[in-house]
Every structure is written in structure tokens, then in C-alpha cells.
Ligand binder design. Structure first.
Ligand code: ASP
Ligand code: MG
Length: 415
């Protein structure tokens, strides 16, 4: 008998028919002889609706109250699913995060899980019941309800699976797994059968929204493989697991991209020790997250400093830069708020050189100008004009043969 944690996302519980469908799936898994814990998200659109309500009421809401409000969506889904199960003669009970004992820190709307109690879940499972838990929420040491950030039900599921030492953590969603790139943009994108935690982290941080990034971090830390599957169709989905368990190793596993970037380039910065730290701390103080950074000396006493931010932060960042330029004297500022980032991700790069060369050649052949480059051990990111993004993704996807079906011989590709 296996212990399986299943998580169903907002679209999977989006209406009563779908909740019935989820109940059938849960019952099927139980009838196969398994113990099942189910984590649910709020019904599709509900969390957004609740946030809008709060914003319409006042722009200055207390984050504590916001968490009380937005955690309610999951409470609705958990009760409905539990009722649906009971109506089908499958004993079930639902619990909120605080009821189960999901303890978090006190950072409202972005809380981190510190501890997960298992006694209530184990008691219920021992009595033959399905345990349905509200995702996305916990409780701090003062007894206040907290939430885990958008998409946080994934993290609830992984945390519970890790605490219970479950055999599997299945994340059911409306896509059938993780793709080589976004199939909405590139219909030839392929389902990736297995991907490493590290690659998945890069893909999530780069905007592939299938899993909340924190859930992947947690899974990797606790050695808890995750399987991403579709609620609506059959198939093995994508297994996110350890590198050495992966059969289909490719040089490049996937292409992630984000459209909403802006690039800010400062030139003529005086070359003083610590100047980069001064610039960045100003930007950080304004709560702006910087993504890519490049710096190089242009003359004996001047250097260029270029960075990217999310487009929504661009006006705020420009204000900071204006203040800075009065402080630093005459600097030149060049910006482009209509750029996109395209990233190649793959553990195969670690042992193989030449991936960047191939990528840049492909983009060059398409007449795409690269405005900035950063690399890590398993990732190469470039900034390009927004209008070139689609063409670039398509060309690179084809160039690295990501449109070809996965075969077991892919292993030899990088060994
Ligand atoms: N309902 C929350 C959200 O929409 C959490 C989740 O779905 O994972 O972000
Ligand atoms: Mg999600």
C-alpha cells in the first residue's frame, strides 16, 4: 500500500462537475489500494476575485487580514471535494492548513513553511478516510492565518508529502506535464518525461508556471520527487527527480522565456571601488528586484553598468536612476522597456561546451540582435527585442532538436 499525496489546481476544481471528476480520480487511486491525501487550490479565479475585492475596498489593507480573506478560497474547495467524496460513499474529511498544523513564519502573503504536523493526517488515514487539505495556507506562532504566495498549494503538497514520507507527490493540473517550451507559442513543443530538480528550478524561476518555485526547492531539499500530470487526460506526465534517475538526457532540456522585461544601461560611471554595490542597494531599497547584471570597464576611469528588471518595475527603477545620476555626476542612461528574455536550460551543458556558440549562431542567422547575455552552469539567458522573441524561441527550439520525440537513446547524446 502506497501513500500518495495528490494536489489539484484551481482549474481542476473550477466547477462542481470538475470536483465530481476529481472525486472519481481520488476514489480510483484509493481503490488501487493506496492511502490518499489530497491538497486543493481555490476554485479557478477565486483568489484573484478575493484580492480584487480587498483592493476595491482599500489600497491600504493589513496583510494579516488579506491572508484571512484569500485563504478562504481553498477552504471552499476542500469542503466541496470532501462532500463529493462522502456522497460517493468514500469517507473523507477536510482540514485547513492551520487545523492540520502547517506552521509558517509571519511574512503574510509570502510565508514559508517551518513545520508540518502529521498526527491528524495519520489518525484519519488509519481510519480509512481520505484526508483533504486546503493548500496555500498555514498558521504562525501567534495563531494568525498565513498564505504561501501565489501558486502556494504546490508547496503545501510537497511539504505534506515530505513530512509523511509519501511514496509519491502528484501535482494534477490543466496541462499534461512540463514541456520543452510553452506549447501555446511553439506547438511543436514536446512533453519532457523526466527533468531534474535543478532544471525545473531554472524553468520555474524563468516563468514556466507549472510549479511554484518554492515547491521545487522544497522537493529537492527533502528528496521528494514530484510528478506533474493532467487532471483531464491520461498519461505519465513529467517526473521531476534526481539527475541520476533521468533516462532521457539531452544537451538542452527546455527553453523558458519571459516577455515583460526592461533593460537599463548606465554608461560613464566613475570607476570607484564599491560603486556597483551603491547602485544596486539604491535599487534594492526601492524594493525592485534585479534580474540580469553586466558590468565592464570602458576606459581607465569609466565603466558601463547594465541590468534588467521586470517591466512593471521599470518606472520605479527609472526614478531611482534619476536620483543616482545627480549623485554620480554625468552618466548616460540608455533604456529599452520592450525587451524579452530567452533562456536555454539543460544539465547537459555542464559537461559540454559549445551550446552558447550554437545558440548565438542560430539567433544571428535569424537576424536577432542579442542585447545582453548571462550564463550559469546549466543555463544561458539572452535579452532580445520583444518582437524577436517568438522567432528566436522557434529557431532555437528547432536548432537543438527539441521538437524531436524523446528516445532512450537520448542518453548517449551527452555521454
Ligand atoms: N489559490 C492560490 C493562487 O491562486 C494558491 C494556488 O492555487 O496554488 O495562487
Ligand atoms: Mg499553480
Amino acid at each position: 500500500m502506497a501513500l500518495i499525496v495528490q494536489k489539484y489546481g484551481g482549474s481542476s476544481v473550477g466547477n462542481l462537475d470538475r470536483i465530481h471528476h476529481v472525486a472519481e480520480k481520488v476514489i480510483k487511486a484509493k481503490n488501487e489500494g493506496h492511502n490518499i491525501v489530497v491538497v486543493v487550490s481555490a476554485m479557478y479565479g477565486e483568489t484573484d476575485r478575493l484580492i480584487q475585492l480587498a483592493n476595491a475596498l482599500t489600497q491600504h489593507h493589513d496583510p494579516r487580514e488579506l491572508d484571512v480573506l484569500i485563504s478562504s478560497g481553498e477552504q471552499v474547495s476542500m469542503a466541496l471535494l470532501s462532500m463529493a467524496l462522502n456522497a460517493k460513499n468514500c469517507p473523507a474529511r477536510s482540514f485547513t492548513g492551520p487545523q492540520i498544523g502547517i506552521f509558517t513564519d509571519s511574512i503574510h502573503t509570502k510565508a514559508r513553511i517551518l513545520d508540518v504536523k502529521t498526527d491528524i493526517i495519520e489518525r484519519e488515514l488509519n481510519q480509512g478516510r481520505i484526508v483533504v487539505v486546503a493548500g496555500f495556507q498555514g498558521v504562525n506562532d501567534r495563531g494568525d492565518i498565513t498564505t504561501l504566495g501565489r501558486g502556494g498549494s504546490d508547496t503545501t503538497a510537497v511539504a505534506i508529502a515530505a513530512a509523511l514520507k509519501a511514496d509519491e507527490c502528484q501535482i494534477y493540473t490543466d496541462v499534461d506535464g512540463v514541456y520543452t517550451t510553452d506549447p501555446h507559442l511553439i506547438p511543436e513543443a514536446r512533453l519532457i518525461p523526466q527533468i531534474s530538480f535543478e532544471e525545473m528550478l531554472e524553468m520555474s524561476s524563468l516563468g514556466a508556471k507549472v510549479l511554484q518555485m518554492r515547491s521545487v526547492e522544497l522537493a529537492s531539499k527533502h528528496s521528494m520527487p514530484i510528478r506533474v500530470l493532467s487532471t483531464f487526460s491520461d498519461g505519465a506526465g513529467t517526473l521531476v527527480t534526481f539527475e541520476d534517475k533521468i533516462m532521457h538526457k539531452r544537451l538542452v532540456s527546455g527553453i523558458a522565456f519571459s516577455r515583460e522585461e526592461a533593460i537599463i544601461s548606465l554608461s560613464g560611471i566613475p570607476r570607484q571601488i564599491g560603486i556597483e554595490g551603491r547602485i544596486l542597494s539604491k535599487v534594492n531599497q526601492a524594493n525592485i528586484e534585479i534580474d540580469m547584471i553586466a558590468q565592464n570597464a570602458t576606459t581607465e576611469d569609466k565603466s558601463d553598468f547594465t541590468f534588467t528588471v521586470h517591466r512593471r518595475e521599470y518606472p520605479k527603477a527609472m526614478k531611482v536612476i534619476e536620483e543616482l545620476s545627480t549623485e554620480l555626476g554625468k552618466i548616460n542612461v540608455k533604456t529599452n522597456s520592450k525587451v524579452a528574455k530567452l533562456s536555454l536550460v539543460g544539465i547537459g551543458m555542464r559537461s559540454h561546451t559549445g551550446v552558447a556558440t550554437t545558440m548565438f549562431r542560430i539567433l544571428g542567422e535569424q537576424g536577432i540582435n542579442i542585447q545582453m547575455i548571462t550564463t550559469s552552469e546549466i543555463k544561458i539567458s539572452v535579452v532580445v527585442d520583444e518582437t524577436h522573441l517568438e522567432k528566436g524561441v522557434r529557431a532555437v527550439h528547432q536548432g537543438f532538436e527539441l521538437d524531436k520525440p524523446f528516445q532512450s537513446s537520448d542518453r548517449s547524446f551527452i555521454e
